[in-house]
Structures are given as structure tokens and as C-alpha cells.
Design a protein around this ligand. Structure first.
Ligand SMILES: [Zn+2]
Length: 286
């Protein structure tokens, strides 16, 4: 059986694969911070500073139409979502419904607000001149989280099923314009072989939740029910996923115990990252 690579974070600044040293987990903790989205803090349980570099807690989302060229690489052009051919999904609305469910899953788990879908026109660039995370939202015409699809060639030959560029910790080595312009982007590989599997729709939902988890600051783990681990078929967040979201963002509806309010957050955000390195190969569920 072919190895499955759920995702990796794009190599933007430094070529090659890097081993990522994650912080934690603390004893009994079933989730991990994502390196570069977070920095080590006291007691080995580091969190991003809610005062100096808060994560956003209110997010819009959008879907990039097919035919949008990456601003710095004309060989990379987005595909229509419907070209993914996910079993059980036909229209763009079908795909959007699954993505909305994925955003809502995280929003319902902790004090994170789904501000809703923004319909893209295809006029807003992706890549090097794409909008910074902090500049996205209802007035910009694109979501804070931008979902898009590329075939394997469009992903530079990637074998991953999807990629995410998380929001980086400001001041890290990957905190540069190029990565900032991609922070919040989630790229699905349109021609991945598993989409037309009988579990295709389940994979799509799970992998969408997985990539959003990266955007929110979570790394891969090996907890069996986590969407940040294999087998990529969970339809709900795991116990540890929820615990992590609550630890970082506060209890759902709790008024933001860990992070400042959204408006100031978004203004403060400097997206980022470079995603390099954490790569894994997994076998799909039998
Ligand atoms: Zn991943």
C-alpha cells in the first residue's frame, strides 16, 4: 500500500527537511504546539504570548477559485475544488459545506469564532504578493483561512495530501514577507488518490480539520483519536484536540480567557511562517 503523507509545511525559506523540536507535551497532555507558531515558555508548556503575539480568535474563511495563478510562480495555478473528485461531493457548495463543518468543529471546541464564509472573485493573489493574514477579512474579499486546491505539479511535486502555512510567531527566522503572505493558506492536492476512495468525504473533512489545527497552532501527535494524527478518518476532534484548543483559546463562549479580543488580534497579527519540516508518512486506516 502506498504511504500516505497527510501534509507537510511548505519549504519556504530553508530547503530540505528539518526535524522539528516540539515543546511538550506536558504530562497527560494529548496535544502539541506547532513549532514556529509557538515558542517555548515556562514549565515546558509554552504558549504564544497572548499579549505580544496573540493568535486570532475570530476567523473568516474562503475558497480560492480555480485558475488563480500564484503571484511569483506562473506554473502554479489553482484548480477548481470539484476537480478533487471527492466521493460524495459534487458541487462547490458540497465542498464548502465540509470546509465549514471543519471550521465549526474548532470554533465549537473553544473560544474561537467562525466569522463565516467569504466568496472570492479570483482577483486576490496567492503566494508572494498575497494578502497578509492581518489584512484578510470581509473587506478584503478573502478569508483569514484561504482554502485552495492544486494538482501535484502545482504543489511543486508534493506528494502530501494537503499543506498548511500556519501563523508564525513574530520574530522567528521564518517571519518574512513571503511566508507572511501565505499564513492561513491551506492547500489541498487535487489529484491525491484517496479522494475517490469510499472514505473520500471522511478524509476530506478530517484533513481539513487537521490543516486548520496547524493554522491554529497545533502540531502532529500520535494520539489515536486526534485529527492531528493518523488514520485521518475521525469526523470529530479528539479529546486532546479540544483540551489543546481550550488551553490556548479558552473555553467556548468564555470570552477569551487566554487571548485578547479578535479585532486587536487581527491587527496585531503578522502572519508567517515558513513551514518546513515536519514530514510524516502514514498508512491509511485498514
Ligand atoms: Zn499535518
Amino acid at each position: 500500500m502506498l504511504g500516505l503523507q497527510k501534509c507537510w509545511w511548505g519549504r519556504f525559506v530553508i530547503g530540505g527537511w528539518l526535524s522539528v523540536a516540539f515543546v511538550g507535551p506536558a504530562s497527560g497532555q494529548d496535544w502539541l504546539h506547532q513549532n514556529n507558531a509557538w515558542v517555548p515558555g515556562p514549565n515546558g508548556t509554552s504558549v504564544r504570548s497572548p499579549d505580544d503575539s496573540p493568535q486570532p480568535t475570530s476567523l473568516t474563511w474562503s475558497m480560492v477559485p480555480g485558475g488563480v495563478e500564484q503571484s511569483n510562480d506562473s506554473s502554479r495555478v489553482t484548480k477548481d475544488f470539484t476537480e478533487m473528485g471527492v466521493t460524495g461531493l459534487s458541487s462547490l457548495d458540497d465542498y464548502g459545506s465540509v470546509l465549514e463543518a471543519a471550521v465549526d468543529a474548532w470554533a465549537s471546541a473553544a473560544d474561537i469564532t467562525n466569522l463565516g464564509y467569504i466568496a472570492e472573485t479570483g482577483d486576490v493573489s496567492i503566494g508572494a504578493s498575497g494578502l497578509l493574514f492581518a489584512d484578510r477579512g470581509s473587506e478584503s474579499g478573502v478569508g483569514h483561512i484561504r482554502f485552495m486546491a492544486f494538482d501535484q505539479a502545482g504543489l511543486g511535486g508534493a506528494t502530501a495530501l494537503a499543506q498548511a502555512t500556519p501563523i508564525p510567531e513574530p520574530g522567528t527566522p521564518v517571519d518574512n514577507g513571503y511566508n507572511l503572505s501565505r499564513a492561513g493558506d491551506i492547500r489541498f492536492r487535487s489529484d491525491a488518490y484517496l479522494w475517490d476512495d469510499l472514505l473520500g468525504q471522511d478524509y476530506f473533512l478530517n484533513i481539513a480539520m487537521h490543516e486548520i489545527g496547524h493554522i491554529l497552532g497545533f502540531a502532529h501527535n500520535s494520539v489515536s483519536d486526534s485529527v492531528l494524527s493518523s488514520p485521518y478518518t475521525e469526523l470529530t476532534l479528539g479529546t486532546g484536540d479540544i483540551a489543546g484548543a481550550v488551553a490556548i483559546y479558552g473555553t467556548a463562549g468564555g470570552g477569551g480567557t487566554a487571548i485578547p479580543e479578535p479585532a486587536s488580534l487581527l491587527l496585531a497579527m503578522v502572519g508567517l511562517v515558513w513551514l518546513t519540516g515536519w514530514r510524516r508518512r502514514e498508512q491509511p486506516a485498514a
